[in-house]
Design a protein around this ligand. Structure first.
Ligand code: DAH
Length: 348
């Protein structure tokens, strides 16, 4: 009997060795443990075995049953693991494949200069305010002392929507809005950066450009305050060595009015092609707020005085970041914009 079982076991192990699929394994199970399976038959054969041999017979059948059970479990586990691994392999994502590149943008110099100007003036106690780009004639002109038909309007011909509404020609429009909005008529100290529009179409002007307006209203504000403020503005943005020059000028909403020049950032004032050999570059317009403007804004000009200034942001960015051509600001050339990626503007 023992020999027969050993033979059957050997045969079984060989069959296990050749099992490759779950189906084959299950077929083996039927073959050995099914209704008419080898082990089942051996088991029921015990009744024909003489009593004194029954124990030994039973033990031998058990040897074969255990061999089957162990082999079956081992192979089942192996086949299951193989199936999982195969699945994992089929479904893996190849992370070594190059991904679709996302281009990282950089801050446009126009926004960058706005932030720098804002930081500077906020550090001096100014508020930053917004104004509408679609303005009415009243705020853009009339409240700023440009009467209807005033010749100074000619220089600011723009895009009218109808008789009253237009794209604002100057951020000065926000002066009248800020004064009106301040119902307590308390002191004002604001800057207003934003987009402005004019019907310009020559080589050095664009129909859209940026300006930043400054307005200070308080008691005892004098031209000295204006000069001091603009000197700080110029030095902080264009370098401590920058010198400032004031020339008389005219704007309807300021009196006296002035044009402010700074020493050429390229030649330091010696004279070069950029400054047309004068050593100076025009930076902004400014002046003391006209009494009519104060009155129309609800401020008593006998009690309050103020100063205002306005400058082009595109020009300022050009000076600040040494941009040689204003058109670079608008042509969206990636090679130009990329330079503002990590650039430390302190070192430009
Ligand atoms: N708004 C003027 C312009 O666009 C610039 C300007 C001049 C603004 C004098 C001012 C100022 O606030 O006081 O030409």
């Amino acid at each position: 009997m023992e020999e027969k079982i050993q033979l059957l076991k050997k045969e079984l192990l060989e069959k296990f060795d050749s099992v490759k699929t779950m189906q084959e394994l299950n077929d083996l199970k039927v073959q050995y443990q099914g209704k008419k399976g080898i082990i089942t038959e051996l088991n029921s054969g015990i009744k024909d075995v003489p009593a004194e041999e029954k124990k030994e017979y039973g033990m031998q059948v058990n040897v074969l049953r255990e061999a089957f059970n162990t082999g079956y479990e081992t192979i089942k586990t192996r086949l299951e693991e193989e199936a999982v691994n195969r699945k994992l392999k089929e479904e893996t994502i190849d992370i070594s494949l190059p991904s679709v590149k996302n281009m990282r943008g950089s801050k446009h110099p126009f926004n960058r200069i706005i932030e720098e100007v804002e930081d500077l003036f906020v550090s001096m106690g100014y508020d930053v305010v917004d104004g509408p780009e679609l303005e009415d004639d009243e705020h853009c002109f009339r409240l700023l002392n440009y009467t209807v038909g005033h010749p100074a309007r000619d220089a600011q011909d723009t895009f009218y929507i109808d008789e009253e509404y237009l794209l604002r020609t100057q951020t000065s429009a926000s002066q009248s809005r800020v004064m009106q909005a301040n119902t307590e008529k308390s002191p004002i100290r604001v800057i207003c950066p934003g987009k402005t529009y004019r019907r310009d179409d020559d080589a050095t002007h664009s129909h859209q450009f940026g300006q930043v307006e400054g307005l200070v209203i308080d008691k005892n504000i004098s031209l000295a305050d204006l000069k001091g403020t603009l000197e700080i503005f110029a030095k902080k943005l264009l370098g401590e060595e920058t010198k400032v020059r004031f020339r008389p000028s005219y704007f309807p909403f300021t009196s006296p009015s002035c044009e402010v020049d700074v020493t050429c950032f390229k030649c330091g004032g010696k004279g070069c092609p950029l400054c047309k050999k004068t050593g100076w570059i025009e930076l902004l317009g400014a002046g003391m707020v006209h009494p009519n403007v104060l009155r129309m804004g609800g401020y008593d000009p006998d009690k309050f005085t103020g100063f205002a200034f306005g400058t082009g942001l595109d020009r300022l960015a050009m000076f600040r970041y040494a941009i040689p051509d204003i058109r670079y600001m608008y042509t969206n050339d990636i090679r130009f914009l990329k330079q503002f990626d990590e650039t430390d503007v302190e070192n430009v």
